[in-house]
Design a protein around this ligand. Structure first.
Ligand code: GDP
Ligand code: GDP
Length: 442
């Protein structure tokens, strides 16, 4: 399971700036595609790709006696924030190094002391000031160690990251279901009410309970094995399965953290959409999380049964307009209620899995690069043409290609997209993101 780190602090200390610095990573290209959105409070930090963790910005959480008790949306958000802080493996208590400690900081400190969570003090906004003096002001909080950072200028983040990782539960092995290489790990995800549990129930029910819960799964990680049409699957931690297993009775509701964890553990993410409701912001942020994780993706447009012919046309048009950023993913129309479209859905899952895990040889990759270059060399930038020399396979799931050449930094975004599309077509890659890494040679 992905460990959970919560940012706690009073408003304006720079939590969301820190959240962005840690979750946006360095690949702005992947991140800033139009149409994709990101959840502003939940994200995955992948700055150390081998050890991702969930980062939760608890937002305006401001101590026990303030708005935590209020009703309405603000109250619900605050309660979720508090819950996140309480289940976190580590809390980063963020304070403002310019303003020094405030009464709210003291209140938060008392609140944190009562919880039994490890806490690390992060003194933010130390750019351009004497950070020692700033840190000294917080000495009375009694932390053995505090870290000065400047989130806005990305200073101190490497040290912070090391420190965080040191305190998190190590490897990801122990409480995870044993991996079975013969099974495709699939997660059915999506916002509330799109039909996840209806779908999972139908899949498990109709297969006469060949499904069995995977031993070794904990309260948090539930997996179910499913054999279908002679193929083997492991359904990973979805709200649908959890509800079915009645593990979390009443508290069962949409959990962003569980969704992020399911994405992390799966090979193919099936994102359910409600055909009658189009694509909502919440759908787009679930998709954003799948893209960030580099997972293979199948779109399951559910509740297709309830639509008239006209509505179907409208929905098709809307999807093709709104889904340009995942054009490579197959969209399958299904009805979880009636069980229609499921065979096609599983075919798409297979195609996506096959593409995501395909192995490449160096020569076929270099030949593809040469063919792409010959068909359309990159345009000159200020009199110089970027040179693409050769390419290596750089790993699978998602398929990654390492391209060597010179002046690659000047390659335009449209040329990068051209390369991606060329490779997709040539290798018939569907349902998976494709990544390129560019390296300079001399
Ligand atoms: P939050 O309310 O805790 O989420 O705080 P924000 O991330 O919204 O930041 C509040 C303000 O502090 C914004 O104007 C930021 O630009 C500024 N800020 C955040 N981090 C830094 C920093 O490292 N240095 C400086 N000088 N300003 C920062
Ligand atoms: P979840 O929150 O994503 O697990 O969604 P549920 O499986 O609980 O479904 C939410 C509602 O949508 C329920 O009332 C289901 O009966 C209904 N529903 C689910 N799938 C379909 C479908 O394919 N067609 C129609 N018409 N309704 C569906």
């Amino acid at each position: 399971m992905l460990p959970i780190v919560a940012l706690v602090g009073r408003p304006n200390v720079g939590k969301s700036t820190l959240f962005n610095a840690l979750t946006r990573g360095r690949d702005a290209l992947v991140h800033d595609q139009p149409g994709v959105t990101r959840d502003r409070h939940y994200g995955v930090c992948r700055l150390q790709p081998e050890r991702p963790f969930v980062l939760v910005d608890t937002g305006g959480i401001a101590g026990e006696h303030t708005h935590l008790e209020t009703g309405g949306l603000a109250g619900a958000t605050a309660r979720q924030a508090r819950a996140a802080a309480e289940e976190a493996d580590l809390v980063l208590f963020v304070v403002d190094g310019r303003e020094g400690p405030s009464a709210v900081d003291d209140e938060l400190m008392r609140w944190l002391r009562k919880r039994d969570r490890p806490v690390l003090l992060v003194v933010n906004k130390t750019d351009g000031i004497d950070s020692r003096a700033a840190m000294a002001e917080f000495a009375r909080f009694g932390f053995d160690e505090a870290l000065p950072v400047s989130s806005a200028h990305r200073q101190g983040l490497d040290v912070l990251l090391d420190d965080v990782l040191e305190r998190l539960p190590g490897g990801r092995a122990t409480d995870e279901p044993e991996e079975d290489p013969d099974r495709i790990r699939v997660a059915f995800i999506g916002r509330p009410n799109v039909g996840k549990s209806t779908l999972v129930n139908r899949l498990l029910g109709e297969e006469r309970m060949i499904a069995s819960e995977v031993p070794g799964t904990t309260r948090d990680a539930i997996a179910v094995d499913l054999d279908r049409d002679g193929r083997r699957y492991r359904l990973i931690d979805t709200a649908g399965i959890r509800r079915r297993a009645r593990v979390e009775e009443a508290v069962e509701k949409f959990s962003v953290i569980k969704t992020l964890q399911a994405i992390e553990q799966c090979q193919v993410a099936v994102v359910l959409l409600d055909a009658s409701e189009g694509v909502t912001d919440q759908d787009a942020s679930v998709l954003g999380a799948v893209l960030d994780a580099g997972r293979a993706l199948v779109l399951a447009v559910n509740k297709w049964d309830g639509l008239s012919g006209y509505q179907r046309e409208q929905t098709e048009a809307l999807l093709s307009r709104k889904m340009v950023f995942v054009q490579w993913a197959e969209a399958v129309r299904i009805s979880a209620l009636h069980g229609s479209g499921l065979r096609e859905l599983f075919r798409a899952i297979h195609r996506a899995h096959g593409s995501a895990t395909r192995e490449f040889g160096t020569s076929e990759v270099t030949r593809a690069l040469e063919a792409a270059y010959t068909a359309s060399p990159p345009p000159a930038v200020r009199g110089h043409v970027p040179k693409l020399r050769f390419a290596h396979p750089g790993g699978s799931n998602p398929p990654t290609f390492v391209v060597f050449g010179s002046r690659l930094r000047t390659l335009s975004e449209s040329y990068r997209r051209y390369l991606e599309n060329f490779f997709r077509k040539r290798f018939k890659l569907v349902g998976t993101p494709v990544r390129f890494v560019f390296k300079e040679t001399e």
